[in-house]
Design a protein around this ligand. Structure first.
Ligand SMILES: *Cc1c(COP(=O)(O)O)cnc(C)c1O
Length: 360
């Protein structure tokens, strides 16, 4: 079967070999006579799946031993609430940097729960750049600093970890985790919904430093308390077991590809090829400042917005799927996560050049 190339921002493309392995194991996982979906999360098969997934993720990201890795439900959006509840006391001040749709959503939720200081905002510039570091108004007494490493909708990505002093750095890495190496020790907490670069929807990974666990507010819901999750191996109740299993297969796939350094090289090449195709054409345009362009999500517009539907229809006929931009911004967007092969990007750039010739 010749599968099309899927540029969806999430849920997103998964490695074909992972899907094939899951298909092979669907009816009978490792001689158990059961699908992973059907087995107890407390049994020996699933315990091994869970333990291996954590060990592989720890190895891939070189996660220090003083960090817990939690496998949770509720998406990144649930973390928008869990973070202030766990990491700031009632009425405490917290710092948020606004670089686009997702960090804004995190800020709005935090405002319900804490005294939020918006350090800086890219909104006036339509989120086409990260506000200059010299303009940031950091609080002296913030419980933490929150930012989004890659804005999935606006295509704005940090190329390094911001320096904000001693305050714990909390990062939404939903759409960039595993795409390049990161120094986990620079963070207090990293979180990511799985459905971009890790696996299926329904799983959220949280990597949190030990000393930040155990300070949840008294009224924090049981399942949002990091201590409850950490003390119970992320299983105080039934975990998203199938999504966890697929994530484990993806971690093994990333290791086979050469780990995060190899992924980074490939992701950098893929995005460079697409930005080159956009920049060298007068028909396409990406509005993001060059030093913060995303490797993962590349939004672009056509010279004539009236051609968007035609572009998508023709692309689909060529086996290039899900290129519409997010409903909040319009235009086009190509997401180039780890599992998008380089041939997919090449095919997209060839289609774009041909489309511009015919319609430009
Ligand atoms: C997709 C996404 C979210 C929201 O994730 P859910 O799992 O749908 O809650 C949050 N932040 C970023 C950066 C995202 O890409």
């Amino acid at each position: 079967m010749n599968r099309p190339y899927n540029f969806s921002a999430g849920p997103a493309v998964l490695p074909e070999s992972v899907l094939e392995r899951a298909a092979e194991e669907m009816l009978d996982f490792a001689g158990s006579g059961m699908s992973v979906m059907e087995m107890s999360h407390r049994g020996k098969e699933f315990t091994r799946i869970a333990t291996e997934a954590e060990a592989d993720l720890r190895e891939l990201m070189a996660i220090p031993t003083n960090y817990k890795v939690l496998f949770l439900q509720g998406g990144a959006t649930t973390q928008f609430s869990a973070i202030p509840l766990n990491l700031s006391g009632e009425g405490a001040r917290v710092d948020y940097l606004n670089t686009g749709f997702w960090s804004d959503r995190a800020t709005v939720e935090a405002k319900r729960l804490a005294d939020v200081n918006v350090v800086a905002s890219g909104e006036a510039g339509k989120y086409t750049a990260i506000p200059e570091r010299s303009q940031w108004q950091l609080s002296k007494d913030a419980a933490y600093f929150h930012y989004c490493a890659n804005e999935t909708i606006h295509g704005v990505e940090f190329q390094s970890v911001p320096q904000v002093g001693d305050v714990p750095v909390i990062c939404d890495m939903s759409s960039t985790i595993l795409s390049r190496p990161v120094d986990v020790s620079k963070f207090g907490l990293i979180y990511a919904g799985a459905q971009k670069n890790i696996g299926p929807a329904g799983l959220t990974v949280v990597i949190v430093r030990d000393d930040l666990i155990g300070h949840a507010r008294a009224k924090t819901p049981y399942l949002l308390d990091y201590k409850v999750m950490a003390d119970n191996g992320s299983m105080p109740n039934t975990p998203p077991s199938y999504a966890w299993y697929i994530a484990g297969l993806v971690f093994k796939w990333v290791k086979e590809q050469g780990g995060l350094a190899a992924m980074a090289e490939r992701n950098q090449r893929k995005s460079a090829a697409l930005y080159k195709a956009i920049d060298e054409s007068s028909f396409y345009k990406n509005p993001v400042q060059k030093d913060c362009r995303s490797w993962m999500n590349v939004p672009f517009t056509l010279a004539d917005a009236g051609l968007e539907k035609t572009f998508q229809d023709e692309a689909k006929k060529e086996g290039l799927l899900t290129l519409a931009g997010h409903r909040s911004v319009g235009g086009m967007r190509a997401s180039l996560y780890n599992a998008m092969p380089e041939e997919g990007v090449l095919k997209l750039t060839e289609f774009m050049a041909d489309f511009a010739r015919r319609h430009g």
